[in-house]
Design a protein around this ligand. Structure first.
Ligand code: UD1
Ligand code: UDP
Length: 368
């Protein structure tokens, strides 16, 4: 079976890596190619992950770069079409919910190439999020829907997807975490020394709903500044957020509030494991903190990952200065007394999801 894996943005690398590694154990059955759309291109948003995750170099980089949704999607579609025509794969594998996921799905399905969607079925039920549109379109077109949690199966069945296309494989992102956790832990002493860390809050923010609108971004930064007067805040800043802050002239000054470049996976994972608390709007970080048992506040009105709340450490929080400061300071005090690692892990978040993906792909139903 000839398969083209697609990656484009930061969270895609952690999802595809374990699947490619697992398929490489069956060289007679899988001929693999990796296409990078170039949606993310900064070294700290792309290159670093190839080394750290031991992901093969992309066979092709479409180098689409940034643009509006329509421009980026169109560029990916235009460039990916000739790749499909030249290489004639049997399948493409698309992870997650970014523009690259949807654009490549549209191209492949119109050319009669089968699509496997890794991380299918997640729904925030909020169409103001670009990712929700990408999920809906991708799942309608995909031939194989590989879900990370059972709510994904339920959502897909409700939308009329044929049950035989849906396979509950578990969370591939957790495969990467399980594999690299020991290596990441080796980074901890250097991180502690570099950033002067003892007790600290780790923050990541990049959702348009939080960072594109000036007042919402200001509220978040002011809340973090206030929290930093009680506990060190470490904030690796996503390029979208950095750009918005620069444009709005937001420059926090407190020495206890450290704004740094986006980090590699190993460092960021070690920080998630040692943080007293994480404040985020990332999808992947909600999952990783759940696995690690680190308390997590997600600044969003909803989540497409409800198991991180029902089975994990995640809690949704409003983008409101008073609410953020009070909730976070209260939670920091609680954590002092309690063991944070009491959460139970969602089903099949066990480090073996990629093996299940490969079993599904090898099954005669799917191949035939
Ligand atoms: C994208 C995904 C989002 C995902 C996030 C992961 C879509 C619609 N959004 O959001 O779902 O959670 O990636 O991080 O696919 N930029 C750089 N350097 C880069 C990449 C981006 O400077 O390497 C800047 C550009 O100014 C760009 C902006 O960041 O316009 C946003 O990038 P884009 O890929 O469009 O969306 P993200 O916010 O990164
Ligand atoms: N991540 C990272 N460095 C950072 C911030 C996040 O390696 O500075 C990792 C994080 O551990 C997770 C993934 O990036 O594996 C999540 O990606 P992101 O938040 O960009 O996207 P989302 O999951 O929201 O789509």
């Amino acid at each position: 079976m000839k398969i083209i894996h697609v990656v484009g943005a930061r969270p895609n690398f952690m999802k595809i890596a374990p699947v490619m590694q697992e398929m490489a154990n069956h060289p007679n059955e899988f001929e693999q190619m990796l296409v990078h759309t170039g949606q993310h291109y900064d070294a700290q948003m792309s290159e670093i992950f190839f080394n750290e995750l031991e992901l093969p170099r992309p066979n092709i980089n479409l180098e689409v770069g940034s643009g509006s949704h329509a421009i980026q999607t169109a560029r990916i579609m235009e460039r990916f079409e000739s790749i499909i025509l030249d290489h004639q794969p049997d399948w493409i594998m698309v992870p997650g919910d970014v523009n690259s996921t949807m654009a490549c799905t549209l191209v492949a399905s119109k050319l009669g190439v089968k699509v496997a969607h890794l991380e299918a079925g997640l729904r925030s039920f909020d169409r103001s999020m670009p990712e929700e549109i990408n999920r809906l379109v991708t799942d309608q077109l995909a031939d194989l829907l590989l879900t990370p949690s059972r709510d994904g199966d339920e959502n897909l069945l409700r939308e009329g997807i044929a049950p035989k296309k849906i396979h509950f494989v578990g969370n591939v992102m957790i495969d990467t975490l399980v594999r690299l956790r020991p290596k990441s832990e080796e980074r901890w002493p250097a991180l502690q020394a570099n950033y002067g860390l003892d007790q600290f809050v780790l923050a990541t923010l990049h959702r348009p709903g939080n960072v594109d609108e000036a007042e919402r971004l200001r509220t978040l930064i002011e809340a973090l500044e206030h929290i930093a007067s009680h506990c060190m805040v470490l904030f690796p800043v996503h390029p979208r957020t950095r750009q918005r802050m620069a444009k709005l002239g937001i420059e926090p000054q407190s020495a206890n509030f450290q704004l740094i470049q986006p980090l590699g996976y190993l460092d960021f994972l070690a920080l998630q494991a040692h943080a007293r608390l994480v404040l985020t709007d990332s999808g992947g970080v909600q999952e990783e903190t759940t696995y690690l048992g680190t308390p997590c506040f997600t600044v969003r009105p909803n989540t497409e990952r409800p198991v991180t709340i029902t089975h994990g450490t995640n809690q949704l929080i409003q983008n409101d200065r008073e609410v953020l400061v009070k909730s976070i300071l209260d939670r920091l005090n609680e954590v002092k007394q309690e063991d944070a690692s009491q959460a139970s892990c969602p089903d099949r978040w066990d480090g073996c999801a990629a093996a299940r993906v490969v079993d599904v792909m090898r099954s005669s139903d799917t191949i035939g």
